[in-house]
Design a protein around this ligand. Structure first.
Ligand SMILES: Cc1cc2nc3c(=O)[nH]c(=O)nc-3n(C[C@H](O)[C@H](O)[C@H](O)COP(=O)(O)OP(=O)(O)OC[C@H]3O[C@@H](n4cnc5c(N)ncnc54)[C@H](O)[C@@H]3O)c2cc1C
Length: 313
């Protein structure tokens, strides 16, 4: 399959790499090696690869910035399709008083926010500090400080696992807390996301950016590798509050620790393995359940060859 993959990559001028460390491509800095890593640069090339993987029954996994992923210590036997810098164009279009941005899925939210700020557009401020791509954000309806991507997205395009391209409107996307059409349709790859912003006051926009950025720096353990919030918000409470109340701040297993700064983050304190993180999460889950009755669910996506779900039993 190696040679055939190389031929497709050559034909579409995409870079194919072998035996790539997932630890160096995820913000958690955890994980073994992936067999193949391909930098996607066009929908045509991506479509061809998806058809090939379908025909040959090859495992593939779509990765953006890797900021919501816990990768297995055993790595990944298959192809990682990376939608990053090579697929990150942002196009602007004016429609009456609204401004429409069509972003390739690999565009970082921070770059879209910067683009918006440069054009005095409001709507991206609260999402600007989420360290992922717009494709990754749409996949699980990322959100922060009371805003979600759901509030600004109006449409998207994707390619299904057989290599066919489709468009969806915001209604079709079925967005809710950490859920979308895509969390229900495994294998579909978001290629572009269209968002609608409004013209705003440049000083007010800049103030909001500075405020949200300051809040992250003060509250989050940004000096350690992590995948952001480790647990989803349970209905009726907050994971970080429950974990803190159970006295688990600073609790450590192997190299993984419940951050002392923010109980909602499990951090990679000292060369943690995936297993350290899983063991720690299981402990946190069990203690919180026993002491508070709340069931915590993991938020990051588990990347392993068997395509397992990340969950605590
Ligand atoms: C310090 C820190 C702070 C964070 N703060 C927040 C926050 O405030 N709010 C929040 O919601 N999240 C937060 N996160 C988590 C993470 O940044 C978001 O979930 C982000 O949207 C993930 O984007 P990504 O490109 O990194 O996706 P990845 O981590 O690469 O992938 C996540 C999932 O999306 C899928 N995916 C990615 N791209 C595509 C695509 N083009 N098509 C189909 N599927 C795709 C992947 O297959 C995977 O299942 C934080 C993470 C860190 C490390």
């Amino acid at each position: 399959m190696n040679e055939e993959l190389q031929q497709i990559c050559n034909a579409y001028q995409m870079q194919l790499q072998e035996n790539i460390s997932l630890a160096s491509h995820t913000t958690f800095h955890i994980g073994g090696n992936a067999d193949f890593w391909i930098e996607i640069n066009s929908t045509q090339g991506l479509g061809k690869l998806l058809q090939f993987c379908d025909e040959k029954k090859i495992n593939y996994f779509v990765m953006g910035r890797g900021s919501n992923i816990l990768a297995s210590d055993n790595g990944y036997q298959g192809v990682i399709l990376h939608l990053g810098n090579c697929f990150s164009e942002i196009k602007m279009q004016e429609m009456h008083d609204k401004i429409i941005l069509t972003c390739q899925a690999g565009a970082m939210l921070s770059n879209i926010a910067k683009f918006a700020m440069e054009h005095s557009l409001t709507g991206m401020e609260a999402l600007s500090g989420i360290p992922g791509t717009v494709g990754g954000a749409l996949y699980m309806n990322a959100g922060a400080y009371g805003s979600e991507i759901k509030d600004i997205v109006i449409a998207c395009s994707y390619i299904n696992k057989f290599g066919k391209e489709y468009n969806l409107t915001s209604e079709d996307l079925n967005l809710s807390y950490r859920h979308s059409f895509f969390t229900e349709h495994a294998g579909a790859v978001i290629t572009s996301v269209t968002i609608c912003l409004e013209k705003g006051n440049p000083e007010e926009i800049a103030e909001k950016y500075a405020d949200f950025s300051q809040r992250r720096k003060t509250k989050q353990p940004l000096n350690y590798p992590s995948a952001g919030s480790t647990f989803k918000r349970p209905e009726g409470s907050y994971a970080s509050k429950l974990i803190d109340e159970c006295g688990l701040k600073g609790y450590q297993i192997g190299g993984a620790q419940v951050s002392e700064k923010h109980a909602g983050f499990v951090i990679n304190k000292a060369n943690a393995t995936c297993q350290d993180v899983l063991n720690l999460c299981q402990h946190v889950h069990d203690v919180v359940l026993e002491k508070t009755g709340y069931l915590l669910e993991l938020e990051p996506v588990f990347l392993e060859s068997q395509g397992g779900e990340l969950s605590c039993s």
